[in-house]
Ligand binder design. Structure first.
Ligand code: HEM
Length: 489
């Protein structure tokens, strides 16, 4: 009898231990008085319905819970905050409590990217990259590259237009075009076949992009409980891409040194940092090596290519659906030589991009790691907790943006427009950890949109639809956006 009972007892004990393990952190958020999306053992607060995009999920939870709610991602507690005053505190005023992002995936090279670096290392790396991205002089120096890439991309697009006037705005125009520009900016190279999806460069760059539904099954949700499996799967795809781009930066630097070439671009900034900063005791203390600096070329491509290409693609959608706005932008840009200075004087073009980023903030959540216990206005967040700011509820707050579902770029114009949504509109983030490339991103978007509408008319067809991919937690892409494109006479 006892011999029969023993295995049964062992199995029961194992199941109890497994259950304890699979629910080990549950209850921590509830103890802080934070309402929580019900978690299940191991899988955490499973999304419902299973295939959803973050916009729907975040809007539903904001409606249900209000400003603050919690979820368990697998076993890990996460606090969602959807309130402008709290956002200002977390991202800006109390930045010293939230200086880092949590490690979303832990793979070789991934941890070395600027956006994943913590504390002092982040500060040092960011100061090395900022000169190439923030100075007007350096951005202006990018203009000839953008003009040349645009000419070639529109030439390719016209060849396609000989077969059909209904184009996929991303595949037929903005994807290869923004990749071409970023290849020159990040690696100082011209990719010969940037529109060819089978080319090695394009294949590796696409590994960084978020096109496609993430299978949002119980199996993938379960993987968050076992990060090593998730990291293995992610690493298989991304590590070869990081290695490839690291080698590109390395050979670009080698070539410039051999030829004595100096250029005011990102490679130039990386070379400067390697020569002047890496040998200093400060960098040695922080373990900032030549390789770490060079890797940031891959980071820039990863952070910029998909964001800019998708922003332009989705803006095309809104303009095709709002031909009156598109016509006014065409009028604003008509006859303007698109120099760096002229781009500062295209308010409606800029407003259309701002409005598109309001309605479709593609990086749909900002992540921060709380590194010191924090409390404000009754909300307590313990050290070690991940805090997430979901942009969709901020960007659709009717108190700040009346008629929030409508595409109304005019709301951004004039003095009132300049004050609009100070801590609510944050497609580039806010505070010291906000997007380092926002000026370059906006400049490129303005230039390419004005360039397009100076020459072509966009029209919606029954195929012109905006449908987001499901399953992603950070960057949501959209299914191909088709628009009719006609050359202006
Ligand atoms: C329309 C284009 C772009 C959008 C919408 C965008 C959006 C964002 C967002 C939302 C963040 C996170 C901010 C936060 O957590 O507070 C971010 C971070 C970042 N972005 Fe961008 N971005 C764009 C273009 C670029 C470009 C052109 C570059 C570089 C060439 C770039 C490089 C980065 C980097 C390196 C970070 C991490 C910054 C840090 O942790 O210090 N982005 N971006």
């Amino acid at each position: 009898m006892e011999l029969v009972l023993l295995p049964v007892l062992l199995v029961v004990l194992l199941l109890v231990l497994l259950y304890k393990y699979g629910t080990r952190n549950y209850g921590t958020l509830e103890k802080l008085g934070i309402p929580v999306v019900k978690p299940y053992p191991f899988v955490g607060s499973v999304r419902y319905p299973a295939r959803t995009s973050t916009d729907q999920e975040d809007m539903r939870n904001a409606k249900r819970f209000g400003k603050v709610w919690g979820v368990y991602e697998g076993p890990w507690p996460q606090v969602f905050v959807a309130d402008a005053e709290l956002a200002k505190r977390i991202l800006i005023k109390d930045f010293d409590h939230f200086p880092d992002r949590p490690i979303l995936f832990d793979i070789p090279y991934g941890r070395d990217m600027l956006d994943m670096k913590p504390g002092e290392q982040w500060k040092m790396l960011r100061s090395m990259l900022a000169p190439a991205l923030a100075s007007g002089v350096k951005l202006k120096a990018m203009m000839p590259t953008m003009v040349e890439c645009a000419q070639q991309a529109f030439h390719r697009m016209e060849a396609k237009m000989r077969q059909t006037s209904v184009l996929s705005m991303r595949e037929d125009l903005f994807g290869p075009l923004t990749l071409d520009i970023m290849a020159q900016f990040s690696f100082g190279i011209k990719v010969p076949n940037v529109a060819d999806t089978s080319s090695t460069f394009v294949k590796y760059a696409s590994a960084f992009s978020a096109q496609g539904d993430t299978p949002d099954t119980w199996m993938t949700t379960l993987m968050t409980s076992f990060p090593s499996i998730a990291n293995y799967m992610m690493g298989r795809e991304l590590v070869p891409a990081f290695k490839y781009f690291l080698n590109l930066v390395r050979s670009s630097i080698k070539q410039r040194r051999a030829e004595g070439v100096e250029r005011p671009d990102l490679i130039g900034a990386l070379m400067d940092a390697i020569d002047k900063k890496v040998p200093t005791p400060e960098c040695r203390r922080l373990n900032i090596t030549e390789e770490l600096v060079m890797l940031q070329g891959a980071e820039m491509l990863m952070a910029a290519y998909d964001t800019i290409g998708t922003t332009l693609t989705i803006t095309s959608y809104f303009l095709a659906k709002n031909p009156d706005v598109a016509a006014r932008i065409a009028e604003e840009a008509a006859g303007v030589e698109l120099t760096y200075e002229a781009l500062q004087r295209l308010p409606l073009t800029e407003a259309a991009i701002q409005e598109s980023l309001r309605l479709s903030p593609l990086i749909s959540r900002h992540f921060r790691l709380c590194t010191r216990d924090w409390e404000y206005d009754g909300l307590r967040i313990p050290k070690g907790t991940t805090v997430i700011l979901p942009l969709w509820p901020y960007h659709r707050d009717p108190e700040v943006f009346p008629e929030p579902e409508r595409f109304l770029p005019d709301r951004w114009l004039g003095e009132q427009g300049r004050q609009l949504g100070q801590y609510s509109w944050m497609p580039f983030g806010l505070g010291p950890r906000a997007c380092i490339g926002s000026r370059l991103g906006m400049m490129e978007c303005k230039f390419l949109l004005a360039y397009l509408l100076q020459r072509y008319r966009l029209t919606a067809t029954p195929e012109t639809k905006l449908k987001y991919y499901t399953g992603a937690t950070l960057f949501i892409g959209a299914h191909p956006i088709m628009c009719k494109v006609e050359k202006l006479q």
